[in-house]
Design a protein around this ligand. Structure first.
Ligand code: UGA
Length: 431
């Protein structure tokens, strides 16, 4: 801390943009965050759609200190900025290509205005070669701006921690001026800084997410082998992950990965490969293993129930993981669609998701009401409080005391309480 203070304009206040804006402001920079009018209004009225632990008080703090303010005009807010950072959505289109429309819109406004800060930093995940193309289009419009790439590695639910204590910071840039500015921006954060060309940086982001997804699918694949042979996936992965070359994280088997990043980035990387005639079979297999997780859960249920028609399933956990209210690409949605097909009724509970934009589910306000007259309960996300429920009582409320632990969440002490209940069945993953 105490380094050079920069004027940073940040476009996009989704969870990445908002977290970055707050954290750069905390580092002592003057930050203006820009988004569309309704989004900014929501933020100012404290109705942010982004729910992230610790974000609200930190946001209030930097705003009170005058380090962060919100605007709706990109051109006006960028006029005096040292650099402009773009953190808008880059979804994958149905054809597998990445939608860069939001980034183009931002740059189009600057081109029309005829001015642009000397450095544009792309934080959104973009396909390899994008920064080169964006810089060329700015140049064609007479704007001599360098476009750098600085990917994010924030996990939802621990984004503030990940920003301030990252494993690494990746700076993809062309000139040493850009590198210097980017280093100044991150001054105060203790982490190794990897400086490389922009194309490599763009690929680091995709390759990291693809590798993490591959680790999860590997664990899930091995969990099927464990089930078949009476081994325990937790022991197997503990033993495997203890090898420092492999590492212990992202080896938890369960209902599969969800969220707006892994599937999207895997698809985008597959498309990147296809464009040069490479099939990238490891990525295809990773996605395929993941796609099988929910059907496998349903098959387990059906084999335990017999006829699924008219059964009621209680699901604990709606978002794609704990500590977030993000339902995008949540395994829960896949589950819901398949339950509907089989005529299974779903009652769900999530500590921070109060409603889902789907008809086929009743979202309840407590795990106990969600379990009422259920024929099975399925733990979809590993919220710690699910492990501390009064499970014997919860089983009492059910029509059939069947527990599917989709995340291997419950400790042995709780499992013994569960199986002590008459007729109760506990089904974990991979053991
Ligand atoms: C992921 C990456 O972890 C971040 O580094 C990256 O910045 C981010 O995507 C992104 O590209 O924006 P996130 O999607 O927030 O972050 O969540 P993760 O914690 O990675 O979890 C993803 C999914 O994998 C969750 O559904 C989680 O339940 C599942 N998972 C994770 C497992 O099934 N097993 C594991 O061992 C770990």
């Amino acid at each position: 801390k105490g380094g050079t203070s920069m004027r940073l304009t940040l476009v996009g206040t989704g969870y990445v943009g908002l977290v970055a804006a707050v954290c750069f402001a905390k580092l002592g920079h003057d930050v203006i965050a820009v988004d569309r009018e309704p989004v900014i209004r929501g933020l100012l009225e404290n109705k942010s759609k982004v729910w992230e632990p610790h974000l609200e008080p930190e946001l209030a703090d930097v705003m009170a200190k005058g380090r962060l303010r919100f605007e709706t005009s990109i051109v006006k807010s960028a006029a005096d900025a040292d650099s402009l950072m773009i953190a808008v959505g880059t979804p994958t289109r149905p054809d597998g290509q990445t939608e860069l429309g939001h980034i183009h819109e931002v740059l189009a406004q600057l081109m029309q205005s005829g001015t642009c800060p000397p450095l544009v930093i792309i934080k959104s995940t973009v396909p390899v070669g994008t920064c080169d193309e964006l810089e060329a289009s700015l140049l064609a419009a007479g704007l001599h701006t360098e476009v750098a790439f600085n990917p994010e590695f924030l996990r939802q639910g621990s984004a503030l921690h990940d920003f301030t204590a990252p494993d690494r910071i990746v700076l993809g840039c062309k000139t040493s001026q850009a590198e210097t500015m980017l280093r100044e921006l991150y001054e105060g954060i203790e982490a190794p800084i990897h400086v490389c060309d922009r194309r490599s940086a763009e690929l680091i982001k995709y390759a990291s997410n693809a590798f993490l997804a591959m680790k999860i699918s590997f664990a899930n694949m091995m969990s099927d082998v464990c089930e078949g042979y009476g081994a325990d996936i937790r022991h197997v992965m503990n033993g495997v992950g203890a090898d420092r070359r492999i590492g212990p994280e992202f080896l938890s088997a369960g209902v599969g990965y969800g969220g707006s990043c892994f599937s999207k980035d895997l698809q985008a990387l597959l498309t990147t490969g296809k464009l040069i005639g490479s099939k990238l079979p490891l990525l295809e297999a990773t996605a395929k293993v993941n796609d099988q997780r929910i059907p496998r859960m349903i098959a387990k249920l059906i084999s335990l129930w017999g006829n699924p028609l008219g059964k009621r399933l209680c699901v604990l956990g709606i978002a794609f993981k704990p500590n977030t209210n993000d339902v995008r690409d949540a395994p829960f949605l896949t589950l819901l669609a398949q339950c509907e097909r089989h005529g299974i009724e779903v009652q769900a509970f999530d500590p921070v998701v109060a409603h889902v934009g789907a008809k086929a589910v009743k979202v309840m306000d407590s795990p106990y009401t969600a379990a009422a007259k259920a024929d099975a309960v399925l733990i979809m996300t590993e919220w710690p409080q699910f492990a501390e429920l009064d499970w014997p009582y919860l089983l009492h409320l059910m029509r059939q005391p069947l527990v599917l632990d989709g995340r291997n969440l419950l400790p042995d002490s709780m499992i013994s309480q569960i199986v002590a209940v008459d007729d109760a069945v506990y089904v974990p993953v991979g053991r």
